[in-house]
Design a protein around this ligand. Structure first.
Ligand SMILES: O=C(O)CCC(=O)C(=O)O
Ligand SMILES: [Fe+2]
Length: 352
């Protein structure tokens, strides 16, 4: 029987909590994914960047850290950030605050249901339930936190914790992006200045993946790259994130109290493809609720992004991407079905 979309979409949390659920509705069934795809057989682990060395007053230590950062961006596009100075208690508090939000009643949450991808507060299910052909086993809450700070007004402690958390994470992201600029041979404030990071978009994307009775058939989030410059992610210590490295999927088990950082599409554009945004996805399990909080940091919404002129100077290295306003890119990526790096492909110049 053909899958029919429920008339009114309910959260996957409510679906997972329905007592009789022993199999998933067909609209959540992805084509076979985990068993027939390549998995990395090596015990390769993603690189680590020690943030304290990046901010070190010692120039030798800093330049070594920048070299490591550049290598991590080039080899993996994903890395762990340790010694970042954001209190572990704050990281735990924001995860619990997000859990508190998802634990609100369906009716309370519906109040925050966004309609447009640029709505500053947007609660929903799947990725883009209006256009997704297959629904993701995931509910989400996306909140714009910079340049204007927004917050739902419930649960009560949410606003205060989110304000502090986003402020602290933004400092970390800005510092890493200075390092990324420098590692590309640009001035350390190149990204900051050119893309107007003072007004840069910072989004909190909280993901809620309830236990799933048939995890091998469902998908939390299918393979995609992130739209911004740099995403910093934390999770509630339940695994599920997979990253593509050398054409194979690698399970990522972050170490506690660290951030997982990944290069977004706009660093790929700015670096003219030297640093690639990386495909990643979230799989689900049948035991535990998984919560992750991804924080993409992007250019200012009206900034036009193109490859840095210094990196496209000679004719052997022509610009590989078209210039485009970040806002337009965001609308395109968030308003479509999540499909690998198809959005980035659409701004690629066909260079022979
Ligand atoms: O849940 C995860 O680990 C991945 C989330 C993610 O990729 C995203 O929100 O963009
Ligand atoms: Fe992502």
């Amino acid at each position: 029987m053909a899958a029919t979309r429920p008339h009114k979409l309910t959260s996957v949390k409510a679906l997972a909590e329905s007592p009789a659920l022993s199999s998933i509705p067909s609209i959540y069934t992805f084509p076979k994914h985990t068993n027939d795809e390549l998995f990395s057989d090596t015990e390769e682990s993603i690189p680590t960047v020690d943030f304290s060395l990046l901010t070190s007053g010692n120039p030798d230590e800093r330049s070594k850290a920048i070299q490591q950062l550049g290598k991590a961006c080039q080899d993996w596009g994903f890395f762990m950030v340790t010694n970042h100075g954001v209190p572990e208690s704050l990281m735990k508090a924001i995860i619990e605050a997000c859990r508190g939000f998802f634990d609100l009643t369906e009716e309370e949450k519906r109040e925050f249901q966004g309609k447009h991808v640029l709505d500053p507060i947007r609660y929903g299910t799947s990725f883009n339930a209006a256009v997704d052909k297959i629904l993701c086993w995931r509910d989400y809450l996306k909140i714009f936190q910079h340049p204007q700070f927004h917050s739902p007004n419930k649960p009560p402690a949410f606003r205060e914790i989110a304000a502090e958390y986003s402020k602290r994470v933004r400092q970390v992201a800005k510092e890493i992006l200075r390092g990324v600029s420098e590692s590309l041979g640009l001035e350390d404030n190149y990204i900051g200045k050119t893309l107007n990071l003072e007004h840069g978009l910072q989004v909190m994307a909280a993901n809620f993946y309830p236990p799933c009775p048939q995890p091998e058939l469902a998908m939390g989030l299918p393979a995609h790259s992130d739209h911004g410059l740099l995403t910093l992610l934390i999770q509630n210590q339940i695994g599920g994130l997979q990253v593509q490295h050398n054409g194979k999927w690698v399970n990522i088990d972050p170490i506690p109290n660290s951030f997982l950082a990944n290069v977004g599409d706009h660093v790929e554009i700015l670096s003219n493809g030297k640093y690639k945004s990386v495909l990643h996805r979230a799989v689900v399990n049948n035991r535990d609720v998984r919560i992750s909080i991804a924080m993409p940091h992007g250019p200012a919404l009206d900034a036009v992004v193109s490859p840095a002129s210094r990196l496209v100077e000679d004719e052997r290295n022509p610009p590989a991407y078209r210039a485009m306003k970040y806002k337009e890119y965001l609308e395109l990526q968030q308003g479509s079905m999540l499909n690998g790096k198809s959005c980035l492909e659409s701004v690629r110049n066909n260079v022979i």
